[in-house]
Design a protein around this ligand. Structure first.
Ligand code: NAP
Length: 398
């Protein structure tokens, strides 16, 4: 095969050289910056096989690691206490119940729904019963009611912390799924006892988009506090830089150079027992979403809210506006119109409290987006009117 490439080359040069000297056409000029095709083959020969071998070894290693990880995960089943067992609370808890025991607490009595998931329901009037049995407290109440819910539960949380301290138990981990992130982060850091660990999360999907499973759906999280230490996350919006840093962390980890999480955010040597248990609990909780196939995106609450104002809020705003137009399918629907119907359906299936929460509690001004959309409609209308006038003038002149 090598020979035939050389033969082809020679004949090409011969044709290309025309009536020029044969030597000049056959021998490459060493200074022209090009690499002869034979040289290229020699340079890369064996490299692809090496890379493929390494790839295979790494895949084997990942398979083994995953098996070990799964063994570790099933060893200790978390007890997840859900506060707010409404529409979204039940949707999420149903999948979580495949990995953990669910204890639900809500204003309304959801005993039947919780039992159907192999869990139990505790009324809001008995918070002590709730806190004493859970490893994770997951807030799934409306954004609007979050502050009061937390405030009302504070005496029970403080009493539970005292009890755990006496018994030498750490935990629980406090988590939330609110669609805005800086608001619950601030309140949890300010109101919860300092030793309560905190993780702020936002599953970027709901009962409609996640009805067929959570594979490849985005899950945003910020590891906020462990054992009294607020884990600093740069509030940068430089996503490319962050991704690069994470990949560097992963590469370092693969080479066995660091002992902590792949993000390199902790130094296990210095961790107290409470910190080790705290990180472990947090990883177990996050692993459930990971195992369900979510695309895990670690991000500061600040960045989340900045991005969400420009993407999620405008989606809900347009969906709500479409909802007022009473759209109906027609026999001539285009794909564009079908997308509009789908948006109308999914956004308006959510409670208005959720939309209000997005409007009120995202610091990155929802009003700018509302006025921007209104201005946009006015501008489009003005363009239409301009043509109307030009047409009218032209007809009048004719
Ligand atoms: P929602 O209207 O935002 O919240 C309903 C839940 O809040 C119910 O569990 C309800 O409890 C509870 N609640 C409302 N007012 C309360 C009060 N004054 N005191 C105590 N509890 C109160 O609708 P949702 O769709 O179920 O959303 C729940 C949370 O998930 C929200 O924080 C939302 O931002 C977040 N989230 C939702 C989606 C989604 O697709 N829907 C996606 C990601 C995140 P009862 O049922 O007992 O009345």
């Amino acid at each position: 095969m090598g020979e035939s490439v050389a033969d082809d080359n020679d004949s090409r040069h011969a044709v290309a050289s025309g009536n020029g000297t044969r030597a000049a056409a056959d021998e490459p000029d060493p200074d022209d910056g090009t690499v002869d095709v034979n040289e290229k083959v020699v340079m890369s020969a064996g490299r692809l096989q090496d890379l493929k071998k390494k790839e295979k070894e790494l895949l084997e290693l990942i398979k083994m690691l995953r098996m070990e990880k799964n063994k570790e995960l099933v060893k200790e089943r978390l007890v997840i206490g859900v506060i707010g067992f409404g529409n979204f609370g039940q949707f999420i808890a149903k999948t979580l119940s495949g990995h953990a025991k669910i204890v639900a607490m809500s204003r309304s009595d959801y005993s039947a729904q919780a039992e159907a998931m192999g869990g139990c329901y505790v009324p809001l009037s008995k918070p002590e019963t709730f806190f004493r049995q859970v490893d994770v407290v997951l807030f799934m109440v409306s954004i609007k009611s979050f502050k009061d819910t937390l405030k009302n539960l504070m005496p029970a949380i403080v009493a539970d912390q005292e009890r755990r301290k006496t018994l030498g138990f750490s935990g629980p981990l406090f988590a939330d799924v609110l669609s805005v992130k800086e608001h619950p982060r601030k309140l949890m850091l300010e109101m919860l006892p300092e030793k309560c660990d905190v993780v702020c999360t936002h599953p970027m999907f709901g009962p409609v988009s996640g009805k067929n499973g959570w594979t490849n759906l985005k899950f945003i999280f910020e590891k906020t506090r462990v054992d009294g230490k607020v884990l600093a996350l740069p509030g940068t919006t430089d996503m490319a830089g962050r991704r690069k840093a994470r990949m560097a962390g992963i590469a370092k980890h693969a080479r066995g150079m660091i002992g902590g999480g792949v993000d390199g955010s902790r130094n296990t040597k210095d961790d107290t027992t409470a910190a080790k248990e705290g990180f472990d609990r947090m990883e177990r909780f996050l692993s459930i979403w990971e195992e369900e196939g979510c695309t895990m995106e670690e991000m500061s609450c600040k960045d989340h809210d900045l991005y969400a104002a420009r993407s999620q809020f405008i989606t809900h705003l347009v969906g709500r506006t479409l909802g007022t137009c009473k759209l109906q399918p027609t026999p001539v629907d285009t794909m564009g119109f079908e997308s509009m119907l789908a948006l109308d359906k999914s956004v308006n299936a959510d409670s208005f409290d959720l939309f209000y929460g997005l409007y009120k509690y995202n610091n990155y001004n929802a009003m700018d987006i509302i006025f921007g959309l209104r201005r946009g409609i006015d501008d489009v209308l003005a363009d239409l009117r301009k043509i109307d006038h030009q047409q009218f003038d032209a007809e009048a002149r004719a």
